[in-house]
Design a protein around this ligand. Structure first.
Ligand SMILES: *Cc1c(COP(=O)(O)O)cnc(C)c1O
Length: 217
């Protein structure tokens, strides 16, 4: 099975990087995948999943959460402020905190609900116009603002530019996390998760390598 193969490669990458076994959490990215494929991975015992769309996740995960105890859900897609409430109720972690208005909204929700998902700040390491994320030059101040709001910021997240070697972006993210005293690093996807582990990733987000190609048709 693909899950077993990816898990084995992840354990190898941890070993090669001199990191303890299990140091890296494998987030199985199940967005737009057919129900059967996701259920098969649940049946194999995997419990950590990532989704990009609040509405889609809200449509399928409550039932699976009830059926498979221990499911941990990570929001890894852009989060609209008007979907934040639903996201806070559904997700255990949000990897895409990318603006002050969203941070403020999450802080208000956390106050009302008494709990808050673990948060990652998305950094636009490639400074790409079309990509979400805090610009590197603004990051330290933004971390300070989130801390001022008492938000549980666990770490940083990035999606390197498609056509570039991801390794320098992973290294930059690691350095930015270290200088801000953050331990979490959400980086690495199907094509580059081993490089991310070598650079210190704590969470890799792997979709198609586990489930097969996505069809958006
Ligand atoms: C879809 C997605 C992934 C998974 O991508 P694969 O290439 O299928 O592994 C990881 N991270 C984010 C933010 C995504 O949107």
């Amino acid at each position: 099975m693909a899950l077993a193969e990816i898990t084995a490669r992840l354990r190898e990458a941890e070993k090669a990087a001199g990191r303890p076994e299990g140091a890296v959490t494998l987030i199985a990215v199940s967005k737009v995948q057919p129900v059967d494929r996701v259920k098969a991975v649940l049946a194999e015992g995997h419990r950590v999943f990532g989704e990009n769309y609040v509405q889609e996740a809200a449509g399928k995960w409550p039932v699976w959460k009830a059926a498979f105890p221990g499911v941990e859900l990570h929001m890894i897609g852009p989060l609209q402020t008007n979907k934040a409430k639903l996201a806070v109720e559904l997700f255990d972690a949000i990897h895409t905190v990318d603006r002050l208005s969203l941070a403020e909204k999450l802080a208000r929700l956390a106050e009302v609900q008494g709990v808050c998902p673990q948060l990652f700040i998305q950094v636009n390491t490639g400074e790409e116009e079309q990509k979400a994320g805090i610009l590197p030059a603004d990051l330290d101040a933004f971390v300070g603002q989130c801390r001022g709001l008492s938000l549980p910021v666990q770490g940083l997240m990035c999606i390197p530019p498609e056509a570039e070697d991801p390794a320098p972006h992973f290294a930059t993210l690691r350095d930015m996390a270290a200088r801000n005293g953050l331990s979490g690093l959400s980086m690495g996807m199907s094509s580059d998760f081993e490089a991310a582990v070598a650079a210190g990733a704590t969470h890799v987000r792997v979709g198609s390598a586990i489930f097969g190609a996505r069809s958006y048709a």
